[in-house]
Design a protein around this ligand. Structure first.
Ligand SMILES: Cc1ncc(COP(=O)(O)O)c(C=O)c1O
Length: 373
């Protein structure tokens, strides 16, 4: 049979054309334990001790039972409505049906595209932005229109986005603050965009809003603005990235559609237990966020004093342009036990490193290693 195989059609079943041509989201996820992780914008110290206690207290038979979600939506509502410690609360009471539970916000983004995106329709977003939006849209056969952050300060291209909305894209995805540029957008223009484009689902990915306070939630009335969806996660601030817990908030009818395309038990019961505990200890998360903001200010001041080109805005991350090739600096930092994320090849920020911010002590460790390079 020699010589025939090379001309034969592959024998495995073909996937849908969109999947055959898909470039899957890939990130250097392996071999990260034990290193200083400044590469995925995770919480760098772990969750509240209450989360650990709650997980240890899980009785063995719990693992044999399918997860139960009762009370989790209510716990999130109580957490968001709480105005203590200067938190903004909610202007309108949220109902449990206005909250969708997902296996991380990644799963929510996937479900939104699955439920709302279709072949030939458009996902409007910005560039550069979070890398998972594109494959989720492409696997549905959607076209992507990505408006660049082309200004040197990476300001949000509001006028261009407003103009692009005129052609009624199916979905507008705004990452606020944007990962990786940190670009901030006030809630009012987002609500204006949503009001001006009622046929577009306007999704605001607020994964890092704790670092800016720019959320639309304190203003949002999902009954009046039914095309608005807000994404929140317990990954980055509450420290549950490994357990996966994300939320989509919006009009009950929209959340119902998005939730139809998920499995009945997509979120595991350990994540549910951990989420209850994390939501009950907001003071821990607030203290971590405050520490990260102080550390961000400290690192930014060191970079400015040393004349290093950098960009620091919202989010628990900043961009640094090393003078030497970025791959070399990335590799040398890894050899020193520090992980950062190269932005090589990303439009408008090629040649930069994204450095996640942890505690002040961790930033001192990073700065000592970086300056030594
Ligand atoms: C902007 C943005 N959205 C969503 C996610 C995914 O969040 P989760 O861990 O909840 O799936 C990330 C993770 O890096 C992110 O940066």
């Amino acid at each position: 049979m020699s010589g025939i195989g090379s001309e034969m059609e592959p024998t495995f079943p073909k996937a849908r054309p969109e999947v055959e041509s898909l470039k899957a989201y890939s990130a250097p996820l392996e071999g990260r334990r034990g290193l200083l992780r400044l590469d995925f914008n995770e919480n760098t110290i772990g969750p509240s001790p209450r989360v650990i206690e709650a997980i240890w207290a899980i009785p063995p038979d719990h693992f044999a039972i399918y997860p139960e979600y009762d009370g989790l939506r209510e716990a999130l509502i109580a957490n968001l409505a709480d105005r203590s410690n200067g938190r903004p609360g909610l202007a309108y009471p949220l109902q449990p049906q206005q909250i969708g539970l997902f296996n991380g916000v990644d799963a929510a983004i996937h479900a939104i595209c699955h439920a709302y995106g279709d072949r030939g329709e458009t996902l409007l977003t910005t560039s550069p932005t979070f890398g998972y939006y594109t494959p989720c849209a492409q696997m549905q056969g959607m076209a992507i229109e990505a408006i660049p952050y082309e200004r040197s300060d990476f300001a949000f291209p509001l006028e261009q986005v407003r103009a692009a909305l005129a052609s009624s894209p199916r979905i507008l995805l705004i990452c606020n603050p944007n990962n990786p540029t940190g670009t901030r957008l006030a809630p009012e223009p987002i609500l204006e965009l949503a009001a001006a484009a009622p046929r577009t689902l306007v999704v605001v990915d607020e994964l890092y809003e704790a670092f800016t306070g720019d959320s639309v939630l304190p203003l949002a009335d999902f009954d009046a603005t039914a095309n608005l969806v807000v994404l929140r996660s317990l990954a980055k601030t509450a420290g549950l990235a490994g357990l996966r817990m994300g939320f989509a908030l919006g009009a009950a009818s929209v959340i119902d559609r998005i939730s139809r395309v998920t499995g009945p038990y997509d979120i595991n019961s350990v994540a549910v237990t951990a989420a209850h505990a994390a939501l009950s200890d907001q003071a821990y998360t607030d203290a971590y966020v405050a520490e990260v903001k102080r550390a961000r200010g400290w690192l930014s001041a060191q970079l400015a004093a040393a004349g290093v080109r950098h960009h620091c805005a919202g989010g628990n991350y900043l961009l640094i342009w090393p003078e030497r090739p970025v791959a070399e600096v990335d590799a040398e930092l890894r050899a020193a036990g520090i992980l950062v994320r190269s932005m090589a090849g990303k439009p408008w920020i090629d040649g930069s490193l994204r450095v996640s911010i942890g505690t002040r002590e961790q930033m001192q460790q990073f700065w000592a290693a970086y300056s030594a390079l």
